[in-house]
Ligand binder design. Structure first.
Ligand code: ASP
Ligand code: MG
Length: 427
């Protein structure tokens, strides 16, 4: 067992800080924390990331951004006002918003991913400054940390990859905030990092869970808790399924499998760094903090899992066959994957037969068009639209029958624990 620091990491997503009451609730959760050292990772407040994406879109096409920027400012000001935060504590908030304003006066340049990362991170930066100001006003022992001084990434803007070696060297930056025997909270940003050449980068939408895991890894934390507006992980998305049940415990391995198949409760990259150091992950409700939630940890090898369902609607099944009627061989697969990669299509499921290769993917006309252009010379491409992809971990025949009732199974893959089906509504 590795040496654990006496630190825990809490991650608060946008919904958990969406308004003044939510921010008060964060303070309440912190007040209840028994732990000496807490590292808080926070996302942009409410839907501010979407809003900043709108600002960025306007900026890159040369449309006015003033009104959108004012909305961004008033959203934060309104919350600060209901929280009664004194003006002097809000100086950093306003400085950041002004900095965003100045950025928008400048030229966005040609690299749209880079310009995205010059705008969208302000959600996390401003939001954490605001919450830190409130916690300070509440006289909690809080310090604000710029996560860009810790997490180093490459320059793949909008979906940057962590440079683990360089980030590890910065673990001391976090440790320097804490002192043995002194209760302390440090609040930092999810989702963002600093590229190897010093620009702000982002880890991809919903990336704050991942930040929580990265920081837990770097600091050898005792645990990571992701505070959510659901009671914990469920065995299926209640949007699509009735009678869902809570999953109390999961092994790391099981959690990785589930997120690979597209379960959306936690960001898929979150589990691996935790698994590597066996740092337990708790998914808990910020509404009902007494509720146990879900624990993902080593040694949680559950014997009898309930079936878990991952449903992806709005899928397209693409079948690709060589025009010369030849078999699908290695060289064809290379062509197909090159074309998929350069059209930015990610594959949810694939299967091959002698004369065709099929992939199930999210619907996206633009990407399909590009794919078609690249392929049509040598391949015939057929689309089966309006299909669904259903994955069942720990399936049983009874539920499979129920779920496929009235549907045509276009394709099926079965292994010992996992059943995957591409389905089409009959008629
Ligand atoms: N604020 C970012 C987003 O909305 C990151 C996150 O919430 O995890 O995608
Ligand atoms: Mg968010």
């Amino acid at each position: 067992m590795r040496k654990r620091s006496n630190m825990i990491v809490y991650k608060f997503g946008g919904a958990s800080v969406k308004d003044a009451d939510a921010v008060k609730n964060v303070a309440k959760i912190l007040g209840e924390a028994q732990d000496e050292h807490v590292l808080l990772v926070q996302s942009a407040m409410g839907k501010m990331t979407n809003h900043l994406e709108e600002i960025w879109r306007a900026w890159i096409v040369g449309e006015p951004t003033d009104d959108l920027l004012n909305e961004f400012r008033s959203f934060h000001h309104a919350i600060a006002e209901s929280l009664g935060i004194p003006a002097e504590l809000l100086i950093p908030v306003d400085e950041l918003i002004n900095e965003l304003g100045e950025t928008l006066q400048g030229d966005p340049g040609q690299n749209t991913a880079l310009s995205y990362d010059r705008v969208v991170p302000f959600g996390e930066l401003v939001g954490t400054r605001l919450v830190a100001a409130y916690l300070e006003h509440q006289e909690l022992p809080i310090e604000w940390l710029d996560v860009r001084n810790v997490i180093v990434t490459d320059s793949s803007h909008r979906s940057a990859n962590v440079d683990w070696e360089r980030s590890k060297q910065n673990a001391d930056v976090v440790a320097a905030h804490y002192e043995e025997g002194v209760r302390k909270f440090v609040l930092t940003q999810g989702f963002i990092g600093k590229s190897n050449v010093g620009n702000t980068s982002t880890l991809g939408r919903e990336g704050s869970d991942y930040t929580g895991a990265i920081l837990a890894f770097l600091t050898n934390a005792r645990s990571l808790t992701i505070w959510k507006d659901v009671p914990g992980m469920l065995n299926a998305d209640p949007k699509w399924f009735n009678n869902t049940v809570e999953v109390k415990a999961l092994s790391f391995r099981e959690a990785i499998e589930l997120s690979y198949y597209g379960a959306s409760v936690i960001h898929p990259k979150t589990i691996k760094p935790l698994q590597n150091k066996e740092i337990p992950l708790y998914v808990k409700s910020f509404v009902n903090t007494d509720h146990p939630g879900t624990t993902i940890a080593a040694g949680t090898e559950v014997k009898h899992y309930v079936p878990m369902y991952i449903f992806k609607p709005d899928q397209v099944l693409i079948s690709i066959s060589p025009r010369d009627f030849s078999f699908i061989v290695e060289a064809n697969l290379r062509d197909i994957f090159e074309a998929l990669t350069s059209s930015g299509i990610s594959v949810n499921l694939m299967q091959n037969s002698a004369i065709s290769f099929s992939v199930c993917v999210d619907r996206d006309e633009q990407k399909f068009e590009r794919f078609r252009e690249l392929m049509q010379m040598n391949y015939q491409i057929r689309y089966n639209e309006s299909v669904e992809l259903l994955t069942i971990r720990h399936y049983d025949e009874k539920t499979v029958d129920q779920l496929t009732d009235g549907k045509e199974v276009l394709l099926q893959q079965k292994s010992r624990h996992t059943l995957r089906m591409v389905l089409r509504q009959n008629g």
